[in-house]
Ligand binder design. Structure first.
Ligand SMILES: Cc1cc2nc3c(=O)[nH]c(=O)nc-3n(C[C@H](O)[C@H](O)[C@H](O)COP(=O)(O)OP(=O)(O)OC[C@H]3O[C@@H](n4cnc5c(N)ncnc54)[C@H](O)[C@@H]3O)c2cc1C
Length: 572
């Protein structure tokens, strides 16, 4: 312990996606004397945010008929009334400024013919308000923010450092433990303030649009430190993942006029959402697709998987090349389909986690000195179902808010001593428990069985029997003798990293499944065939899950903030 290197900063940001970078800029601007560390297990520009394709939601054109109240209502209705309404309001009111701020920092937004910033239609919105940069919005936003970070000498990047646990005492944040992947050294980062921006956990499903690095390490660090995970049962399945990889075809493709067809050639969304058709929210479209498949109107992909088709052929080649060049390339390379010439096979795919670390409207967690922002956080903007384009917005808004709050909190504070018992326990957990574990079962096999189980039993439609089956399987995998690391190298030991990720995936999947079992209703993305209706009398509340050691999570609830709209039936 004595020889463990300790690195001290004022603010630690875990994660270098959109939320982390926006937080870094905002924290660094508070005071140049504060030092801000951005720790990331991948190089900055490999964070999953770079793959955001379709857009970032904001009200820009009130003079043309849009208004902020409509964006607030669309978000709340999209959330199936589980969003905290004051939080949705804060998102909407903050966003227009952030679009222009990004513009001033150099963001190459696509433009209209009149030279002003362009916006396209997106699912669940009453006005075209997805602000876009071709179909690579996340890539350009990340470049813009990363560029802007370079202006601040007080932002320090730790790329390819893997955080393993949080250090705290008296419910006050002190820092994190981490492994420098290049050397394999175990280190302590200490700081009076921290922000978890570690992203979503979508790799707990096999069929997923996420980067392979999108595992729930950040969620699990918070959970193990005694913080609640909130609303984890709500997983978004995006209607259009290509086969067999699950790579995303952006909703922008439907925003541009693309539509879905079944094997009878019908534009089947006319049956399910006559008002909005393919631009109904994602939960509605994904359920409609699965119903079509169940009724025998699907197609079979060459791998035997059921699917439907997205038709873009009626859009002109010129428009596709201009607005959807990225997904055309994806179609050609990963599906063998040129969307200019033929419809592309698609199927609902795991795409977003509405749940995350429980925070308040400011992104503050239940621990003093610790905030969470972006997809890892659940401040309840999205409730039971997120609208497309509202997530990059959320990352930007709460990155900015939490960065500033954390920096102000850290000003004048120092961490005098570190909770040494926790450091020793963490060393024991990862080195004795995982690295030197003697399990005989292949951890990659465990990871595969876990993610396949989630695909099979906790997908678009759920029921008690399958959820219980999934939970039993996850608990069986958790208990199996799998903990060991084959590769004993110290430097760049990705085997070790993968084993630590798998450990957190198992715990997080358990929380998700217990939450899904407890929520005996259908709301937003959580659709139970055995409880097909929304039950506001019993379930208009957020799920909270607390870690209890080796037993399952302790479950409780917390209220939804209502400031403007009473729940009504959702129709599109
Ligand atoms: C394919 C795809 C397309 C999307 N398109 C859109 C869109 O068009 N519009 C929209 O609004 N939303 C979109 N989304 C959702 C949105 O992009 C994400 O929710 C958002 O970018 C998440 O950003 P983040 O900053 O929270 O985390 P991420 O960008 O996921 O970054 C997570 C960071 O945490 C770090 N990290 C994780 N664990 C550790 C650890 N143990 N130690 C150290 N670092 C760690 C990672 O290295 C990474 O830097 C899309 C998502 C996907 C998957």
């Amino acid at each position: 312990m004595a020889d463990i290197t300790t690195i001290a900063h004022d603010v630690l940001i875990i994660g270098s996606g959109l939320a982390g970078l926006r937080a870094a800029i905002s924290a660094a601007a508070v005071d140049k004397k504060l030092t801000i560390a951005v720790i990331s297990k991948v190089q900055v520009m490999r964070s999953h945010s770079v793959s955001a394709e379709g857009g970032t939601a904001a009200v820009l054109y009130e003079e043309e008929g849009d208004n902020q109240e409509a964006h607030i209502y669309d978000t709340i209705k999209g959330s199936d009334f589980l969003a905290d309404q004051d939080v949705a309001e804060l998102l909407v009111k903050s966003m227009p400024y952030e679009i222009y701020q990004l513009d001033h920092w150099g963001m190459p937004w696509s433009r209209r013919k009149d030279g002003r910033i362009a916006q396209r239609k997106f699912g669940g919105y009453s006005f075209p308000r997805a602000t876009f940069a071709q179909d690579k919005v996340g890539f350009y936003e990340m470049q813009t923010l990363y560029d802007t970070c370079q202006k601040y000498d007080n932002i320090h990047f730790y790329n390819e450092w893997f955080c393993t646990s949080m250090l705290h005492e008296n419910n006050t944040f002190q820092g994190v433990t981490a492994i420098e992947m290049k050397t394999g050294n175990f280190v302590i980062f200490k700081a009076p303030a921290g922000i978890i921006c570690a992203g979503g956990a979508g790799r707990i499903y096999s069929f997923s649009t996420y980067a392979f690095s999108s595992t729930p390490d950040g969620l699990d660090m918070a959970y193990r430190a005694g913080l609640a995970l909130k609303d984890m049962e709500f997983v978004q399945f995006h209607p259009t993942g290509i086969l067999p990889s699950g790579i995303l075809i952006t909703e922008g493709a439907r925003g541009e006029g693309g539509y879905l067809i079944n094997s009878k050639g019908e534009r089947f969304m006319q049956k399910y959402a006559p008002g909005k058709l393919e631009l109904a929210p994602r939960d509605v479209v994904s359920r409609s697709m699965i119903r079509e498949i169940q009724e025998g109107s699907g197609f079979k992909h060459e791998t035997g998987v059921d699917c439907l088709k997205l038709d873009l052929t009626h859009l002109r080649a010129e428009r596709i090349k201009e607005a959807l060049a990225g997904i055309r390339e994806i179609g050609i390379k990963f599906s063998g389909t040129d969307i200019i010439n033929e419809p592309i096979e698609v199927r609902p795919v795991c795409h977003y986690m509405m749940g995350g670390i429980h925070t308040n409207i400011d992104g503050a967690t239940e621990m003093a000195g610790l905030w969470a922002a972006g997809e890892a956080a659940c401040n309840s903007t999205h409730g039971a179902n997120r609208l497309g384009a509202n997530s990059t917005s959320e990352c930007i808004v709460w990155g900015k808010i939490t960065g500033e709050l954390a920096a102000r909190y850290a000003t004048g504070k120092k961490v005098d001593s570190i909770n040494r018992k926790q450091v020793l326990e963490e060393e024991k957990r990862i080195y004795d428990g995982l690295f030197r574990g003697r399990g005989a079962v292949n951890p990659y096999e465990v990871r595969k069985q876990l993610t396949d189980t989630m695909d099979e039993k906790a997908y678009v439609f759920r029921n008690e029997q399958e959820l219980i089956g999934a939970l039993e399987k996850v608990r069986e995998l958790k208990a199996a003798m799998w903990k060991h690391v084959e590769d004993k190298a110290k430097e760049y030991n990705t085997n070790f990293i993968n084993v630590m990720e798998t450990d957190s995936m198992l715990r997080t999947a358990e929380v998700l499944l217990v939450g899904a079992l407890n929520r005996q209703e259908s709301r937003g993305a959580h659709a139970r065939t055995d409880y097909p209706y929304r039950d506001d009398a019993n379930f208009l509340k957020h799920t909270l899950a607390y870690f209890t050691g080796n037993g399952g999570p302790k479950m409780t609830w917390c209220p939804v903030a209502f400031t403007r709209y009473a729940p009504v039936e959702r129709k599109y």
